[in-house]
Design a protein around this ligand. Structure first.
Ligand code: ADP
Length: 227
């Protein structure tokens, strides 16, 4: 469970254009949930890249539990992200040819020379929790809704303090979207993870504690105590 404090964050891709992101102050308490919306080009991807340390802002501080990840060198940001962030993306990023369990374990395999038995157990438990049966069936035979549930289990495996979701329900039919929405919010609560989701799904947005709207890289609207 991590808290986020952004201070004077500016991301400029060019000196000529307006900044892609310009957020003087944004705070998310540990364990809280936040929905981020906004039209195309509003800065949502840039926001995700900056708060996950995938990109370093031109200016400002990105503090997670007091650690300013904007100051960390790239390798340290990568390590920090692997330890602390569970990512759930619109397109799942699962590995075809592998089953559900192996997909959940894949990122952990890169981090451990020998996979601890406890991790394998947790992966199986998480899959059961998201309603996916264990088995050898290749992930490519799963429905999109099932794929996203596997991706949620994978994101939660290392007990991340924060879950970042990028349009997690956008490519799903309505029933699957509702199931994913329910799992994300419920599991983030159970795991006491801070949850930040970029979403245009009103059902998901309504389940999160606070909402902000980005426009032109700025925070145009705040619903809840987001400042
Ligand atoms: P959204 O995700 O809301 O569609 P983005 O964060 O992708 O918005 O983009 C915000 C602005 O920053 C846009 O004007 C976009 O063209 C610009 N931008 C994003 N990434 C880059 C980049 N790597 N290089 C130059 N401009 C970029």
């Amino acid at each position: 469970m991590l808290d986020l404090r952004l201070r004077d964050v500016v991301m400029r891709y060019s000196d000529l254009a307006a900044p892609a992101l310009d957020l003087p102050m944004l705070e998310v308490a540990a364990g809280e949930s936040l929905a981020v919306t906004g039209p195309s080009g509003a800065g949502k991807s840039t926001f995700i890249n900056v708060i996950t340390g995938l990109e370093r802002p031109t200016e400002g501080r990105v503090e997670w539990q007091g650690t300013d990840i904007a100051r960390l060198p790239e390798a340290a940001r990568d390590t920090w992200r692997a330890r602390n962030v569970g990512l759930v993306m619109q397109d799942f990023h699962l590995f075809p040819g592998l089953g559900a369990l192996e997909n959940v374990l894949l990122p952990a395999r890169f981090r451990h020379l020998r996979l601890p038995a406890a991790l394998r157990e947790r992966a199986a438990d998480l899959l059961e929790r998201v309603g996916i049966e264990l088995g050898a069936r290749g992930i490519e035979t799963f429905s999109r809704g099932e794929m996203q549930r596997v991706a949620i289990a994978r994101a939660l495996l290392p007990h991340p303090g924060v879950i970042i979701a990028d349009e997690p329900t956008a490519s799903l039919d309505r029933d699957s979207a509702a199931a994913v929405c329910d799992l994300l919010t419920t599991l983030a609560g159970e795991e006491k993870a801070t949850l930040i989701a970029v979403t245009h799904d009103p059902a998901l947005s309504a389940r999160l504690a606070r909402r902000i709207t980005l426009a032109g890289g700025r925070c145009a609207d705040i619903d809840g105590d987001a400042a």
